[in-house]
Design a protein around this ligand. Structure first.
Ligand code: ZN
Ligand code: ZN
Ligand code: FE
Length: 758
């Protein structure tokens, strides 16, 4: 008789941290354990997921590997700790109730794109969720946008009003089902539905009918060139056929959106490849669970969609509804733009949407599931094969972007443009979704809502709170900071915050670096306007300003940012000896008005803004109209720049006047605009690299950090990268997780405030 010695049984306790709750993690662990005939349990607690597992050592080892490497698509394991423990009396593997006292700092999952399994069911005629737009499971679907408060339970979501039918309940309670504890689970029997409403034609009222009818009617309206308001995950979109120039034009007119590019949604990846040039990095972002809008070089021209740029912003369907729409015959690509008027925040409540969008949309596809909080689409570009976040919102927020040493909770309020807010609790920095440009009633209300929401969600009270705001005394966010109950208020210099945001997200809080910030407008420590600055220092010890663009008197505040011609006036005095009224310039009155302001020194601000320097160059090269969104002239300039130029422009000692004078001379000499534009970029990049390298050598530093909105410029960043790469021993660090524009400022503010180095 063969004598088989049973393998010795061992026990391990495994602690998993990361995004592991509300994402199907426990059923996944359960399945892994059962497959390997291991015993024990798994549970959720305040720190994440804890697993007790026992069986042969080798099987446990493979199990632990699988837990880390094969986890569900929505989950993200940050840390897995395994230690030997005593054997327990276990004869099976179980999912245990959550341990109580779940702290609200448990990471909340962002909203996730619909998964393949759910899509397959939705398109399967035999499935009970065939054609159901609210299909979801633990691997996919809404999270943040439907949660009223933590802990994440159905009763705390906007699904609380729909009682599960017995079949949905059965799946919800079954540990091996894909919908085990899927809080928003529903079906056509028991869940919310979509309906189609005609808004433009007073003859027709609200329409009932089957849910697929509603989607089919919306698809038909879109194919007919109508503008349809579509309720999605974090708010309403305004949709129309992107190939229909009339529809696009009508949408622009009704939305008061003159030239800012519209985002597109395409049916599938093949369609995306037809429209834009996609690298591997682009495709990865497009298909990721966050499903951001991805910027890529256009291969086709769609009139009216994205004037003045050679890029298109594309996303794939992410709500099941979007896939249904295309399946029902909606044209692809669709314009899918946030439903609002110009710079207002996105509409997300039904009554509000009806009121604000009635004059814009002809019809609406209205879903019954309420949205708890607005979350805009995220926008990402790719630079040197790495993502560059332009707007961090749906799919990313409220994920953690950085860790800071513990201490009092910090609320950092960001800046006035592209506002986002950061909250630091227990050392984790959580950044809010994109709020937008502050200054009007709606945006300020959205800002206050977000502050309240973040504080309530993480149970942070005023008594402990450190409130951080921009140094700018006239910022709306600074004013709003004054109204918040807190223990302490801290002001942070704008460009130091930009540089700190990079170091914080890369977890280099102690590293001494050269920091380069190129930006539109920021209040400087000397009370002038800064925007082209070189610093040295660290987040922990603070930054010292080392050099900067030679200051000019910038005529007018806001107007100089709106009119590139007015910004140009700052760089050309009356004695320039050039008649700018004559061709090739033919400058309009804005320029001469600006020059008068400078001459009389009225309403002028001393400024080192890089944004205005780019605007001025754009004006000299032909962009002479008012910009209709921030950065438009600089984007035009970037896209005007042609192949590398042999034209040597000299920036002198960061002398904008001198550089622009050469731009003027090159134009007078009839050099092609494309060539001058690239030479302008090259001269600035060269000087940035040379100066940064000089500072690095002086202070024995190895890292150059670049940030600020101007570094969204593809060409400039590539040139700076190349220039620095040629200087051995220098490393370039830039923003990846948060935007280099003011959408990333809050993180930098929080980091500097944490160390008192503001
Ligand atoms: Zn799913
Ligand atoms: Zn049901
Ligand atoms: Fe900025």
């Amino acid at each position: 008789m063969l004598n088989v010695t049973p393998e010795p049984i061992e026990a391990r306790r495994i602690r998993v941290r990361g995004v592991v709750q509300g994402v199907g993690f426990r059923p996944f662990v359960y399945r892994l354990a059962v497959e390997r005939k291991l015993h024990g349990w798994v549970l959720n607690d305040e720190a994440g997921v804890e697993i007790h597992v026992q069986g042969p050592a080798e099987a446990i080892g493979r199990f632990a590997l699988a837990v880390r490497n094969e986890c569900p698509p929505a989950a993200r394991v940050i840390d897995l700790e395994c230690r030997p423990v005593e054997l327990l009396d276990a004869d099976a593997f179980r999912i245990l109730e959550s341990r109580h006292g779940e702290a609200p700092t448990t990471r909340m999952s962002p909203d996730l794109a619909v998964c393949e399994a759910c899509l397959a069911e939705m398109f399967d005629e035999g499935d009970r969720r065939h054609g159901y737009a609210y299909i979801n499971c633990t691997h996919c679907g809404p999270r943040y946008s439907i949660i009223h408060h933590l802990p994440y339970d159905r009763a705390a979501t906007t699904m609380a009003d729909w009682a599960m039918c017995p079949r949905c309940r059965g799946e919800y309670d079954d540990p091996v089902d894909r919908r085990f504890h899927a809080q928003p689970t529903a079906c056509p029997e028991c869940g919310p539905a979509y309906r189609f409403e005609v808004w433009a034609d007073p003859g027709e009222g609200e329409e009932g009918g089957q849910q697929t009818d509603a989607v089919a009617r919306a698809a038909r309206a879109l194919a007919d060139g109508r503008i349809v308001a579509v309720k999605g995950i974090g708010g309403y979109h305004l949709a129309c056929d992107a190939g229909n120039a009339d529809a696009v034009e009508r949408l622009r007119a009704r939305k008061f959106r003159k030239e800012k590019p519209f985002a597109l949604m395409v049916r599938d990846p093949d369609e995306a490849r037809r429209l834009v040039e996609l690298t591997g990095a682009h495709q990865e972002l497009l298909g990721s669970a966050a499903r951001p809008i991805v910027l890529a070089r256009a291969r086709v021209e769609l009139p009216g969609v994205a004037p003045d740029t050679d890029e298109l912003g594309l996303m794939l369907p992410y709500a099941p509804l979007h896939d249904l729409l295309f399946a029902c015959g909606a044209p692809s690509p669709l314009v899918m733009t946030s439903a609002n008027r110009s710079s207002e925040p996105i509409a997300y409540r039904d009554d509000d949407a009806r009121e604000r969008l009635a004059g814009i949309a002809d019809a609406a596809l209205v879903g019954e599931r309420p949205i708890a909080r607005r979350v805009d689409d995220s926008v990402v570009a790719v630079r040197s094969r790495e993502p560059l976040m332009i707007r961090r919102s749906r799919g990313y927020a409220p994920g953690t972007v950085a860790r800071l040493p513990g201490g009092r909770p910090i609320l950092a309020l960001g800046a006035d443009l592209k506002n986002t807010i950061a909250l630091v609790v227990d050392g984790e920095v959580v950044v809010s979704p994109y709020i937008g440009d502050l200054g009007d009633l709606e945006s300020n209300r959205a800002f206050e809502e977000t502050v309240r929401d973040l504080l309530a969600m993480y149970e942070v009270g005023g008594r402990d709170l450190v409130v951080v705001h921009d140094l700018h005394p006239q910022f709306e966010s600074t004013r709003l900071a004054g109204g918040l109950a807190c223990r302490e208020r801290v002001a942070v210099q704008h460009h130091e915050a930009h540089v700190a945001s990079v170091l914080a997200e890369h977890d280099r809080l102690d590293e001494h670096v050269v920091g380069v910030a190129l930006d539109g407008t920021g209040w400087g420590r000397d009370g002038t306007i800064w925007g082209f600055e070189f610093f040295t220092g660290s987040v922990r010890e603070g930054f010292q300003r080392q050099s900067w663009l030679q200051p000019v008197a910038m005529p007018g505040g806001d107007a100089a940012a709106r009119y590139p011609l007015q910004a140009a006036a700052a760089f050309f005095g009356e004695d320039a000896g050039i008649d700018f009224r004559q061709p090739p310039f033919g400058f309009g009155e804005r320029f001469f008005l600006g020059r008068q302001l400078v001459a009389k020194n009225v309403r002028c601000h001393t400024s080192t803004s890089a944004g205005r320097l780019f605007d001025a160059a754009a004006a000299v090269l032909g962009f002479d109209r008012e910009v209709s969104f921030e950065g438009q002239a600089a984007i035009w300039l970037e896209h005007t720049a042609g192949v590398a130029s042999s034209l040597p422009l000299d920036f002198g000692v960061l002398d904008g006047c001198r550089l622009l004078r050469q731009v003027v001379d090159a134009r007078l000499a009839d050099r092609p605009i494309a060539e001058i534009a690239s030479a302008f970029h090259a001269a600035i990049a060269r000087e940035i690299a040379a100066r940064a390298a000089g500072l690095a050598q002086e202070q024995r530093l190895e890292t150059v950090v670049v940030s600020g909105g101007v570094f969204q410029n593809r060409l400039l960043l590539a040139l700076v990268e190349r220039e620095l790469a040629e200087r051995a021993g220098l490393r370039l660090l830039r923003n990846v997780a948060v935007p280099p524009n003011d959408g990333g400022i809050a993180l930098g503010q929080a980091a500097l405030a944490r160390f008192g180095s503001a």
